[in-house]
Design a protein around this ligand. Sequence first.
Ligand SMILES: Nc1ncnc2c1ncn2[C@@H]1O[C@H](COP(=O)(O)OP(=O)(O)OP(=O)(O)O)[C@@H](O)[C@H]1O
Length: 279
Amino acid sequence: MSGHAITATNVVKVFGDKAALKGVDLAIAPGEMVVLLGLSGSGKSTFLRHVDGLETPTSGTLNVLGQDLTTLSGKGMRQLRSKVGFVFQQFELVPSLTALENVLTGALATLRGPRLGLATYPRRLRVKALETLDRVGLLERAYERADTLSGGQQQRVAIARALMQEPEILLADEPVASLDPESSRVVMSLIREIARERNLTVLCSLHQVDLALSWADRIIGLRDGAVVLDTPTAGLGRAQVMEIYGKVSAEPEAPAAPAQAEAEPKHAASLAVSGAASS
Ligand SMILES: Nc1ncnc2c1ncn2[C@@H]1O[C@H](COP(=O)(O)OP(=O)(O)OP(=O)(O)O)[C@@H](O)[C@H]1O
């Protein structure tokens, strides 16, 4: 037992002939807000999916909230997953349901049987869902269909949904990649405030160095399936920031020229803004 919320030891994940994770080692303390920073394809989503038990490591070990994920099955895995909330880039709401109903689905794992319509949820959960919507600033939108809300509002509903399960860990996979800068700021600031209030451990993938520097306690940089950087953000000077741009956005060592086009990261521009990407 390490006392960490998440500990990965030499986690390798191979899909067919592709190694998505090449021996990831990291440890995250309870209550930390960590950004997993890297280009598209660096392995961020794959790692987050491991922490939620959606993928199993090919080798290595992953300990989440004191449990070795590689040994958990059925019930044990469900119990662990109930303590881990997940927020996605595309929100993954049910578009035809109201904001409130979407939030309530976050409590489904605690209920027996299907729920169709608001009235089928216990009153205590309806009240809790309304309070949670209020916390994300959307109480007045509770009865509107999810697909009538803006992207930023939908992501706030998705955060409220994740909070309904009272998680100890919140995973967020590129939660602001589909949002404009102002909505991104609102969503990141909300995640940070709520994490502080509830002593949540947050692991959030991002591809933007600037956002990572603004919102993380610590940045873990992934490149080509490996950790290339692990640094607290407090007190970083310009030189270290440049180093972050360089380390996370540099191509893997000695890339073969013909592979370059295919390996071209879709987020290259946002990581290359410093001009230090080749350092
Ligand atoms: N189920 C899968 N089957 C085969 N290859 C996969 C699978 N999942 C991920 N990969 C590959 O693993 C590598 C890492 O992908 P991953 O989605 O984790 O990266 P990422 O950093 O999250 O990027 P993005 O932001 O584009 O999702 C990629 O090369 C991807 O094609």
